[in-house]
Design a protein around this ligand. Structure first.
Ligand code: MG
Length: 275
């Protein structure tokens, strides 16, 4: 089967214009992609979709006056379990000998500022998991490690919210990690970033709970892309969650949880009651 990787000539030229930070937003009149400029103060509207090349419309809005929505709507979210050794140990698990993958449904995705809905009737233990997310830019399958960079559109922050009690009870992850709102991503996609050694922190109500570096990943991003695409085709906009460092813990209704990654920004969500 032919390898569907490799970017068209000139695709990276969009980033050489300084176009590096892609958000999706609404002013109340439809949803558009935009380029975040001026240190996060302004969003400049893009005509159509950023994967095809970026044309600015000339419309610009103060970021504080728009509503940010998920920076991309993936067909699927592929997540990696136990990809930081200390986190594997804190939950009493072995470090895996190959990447452990699972899926979160596309309907679990929400954006910066949206509420994580706590399913109080079904779970008594809902945890945060701050993670670096990789956004895929090309339809691809069977991507060799050395070409993984060709299929990456960019990076964003993610929270792999998990009903820990259901995960333990079920022995697999679908219900625990699949609730609506259990995959906050954002606030935007950073397209020009070296992801190999970034600081990642998670805070709850301003208190530091997780502090790791992406250099601690057991399987790095090229290895993850090769592993996942050996199994399934990835589509433009699909997301790979790279795993969470040590320090995971519970959330309560009313909490404000933030995942911050060096070079990207901070994803903040409040926990609300689902029922
Ligand atoms: Mg996770």
């Amino acid at each position: 089967m032919e390898l569907s990787t490799g970017l068209p000539e000139g695709w990276r030229a969009t980033t050489s214009l300084g176009v590096v930070r892609i958000a999706r937003f609404t002013t109340g009149d439809g949803v558009a992609f935009g380029v975040v400029e001026e240190g996060g103060q302004v969003v400049a509207k893009i005509d159509a979709h950023p994967f095809g090349g970026i044309q600015l419309t000339g419309e610009r809005y103060p970021l504080a006056e728009v509503r940010i929505v998920p920076p991309i709507l993936p067909s699927k979210v592929v997540a990696i379990g136990r990809n930081y050794a200390e986190h594997a140990r804190e939950l009493g698990n072995e470090v895996p000998s190959e990447p452990l993958i699972f899926l979160k449904p596309s309907t679990s995705v929400i954006g910066h500022g949206e509420g994580i809905a706590y399913p109080e009737k079904l779970s008594e233990r809902v945890d945060f998991e701050g993670e670096l997310a990789v956004v895929i830019g090309r339809l691809c399958r069977e991507v060799p490690v050395e070409r993984a960079g060709d299929v990456i559109f960019g990076y964003t922050c993610a929270n792999d919210v998990t009903a820990r009690d259901l995960q333990k009870r079920d022995g697999q992850f679908t219900r625990a990690k699949g609730f609506d709102t259990f995959c906050p991503i954002g606030p935007w996609i950073e397209t020009d970033l070296d992801p190999s050694d970034l600081a990642l922190t998670t805070t709850v109500n301003g208190e530091l709970r997780q502090s790791g570096r992406t250099s601690q990943l057991i399987f790095d991003i090229p290895a993850l892309i090769a592993h996942v695409t050996a199994v399934m085709t990835l589509l433009p906009g699909d997301i790979i969650l790279t795993g969470t460092p040590a320090g995971v813990g519970p959330l309560q209704v009313g909490d404000e949880v933030s995942v911050g990654i060096e070079g990207i920004g901070t994803l903040t969500n409040r926990v609300i009651s689902r029922d």
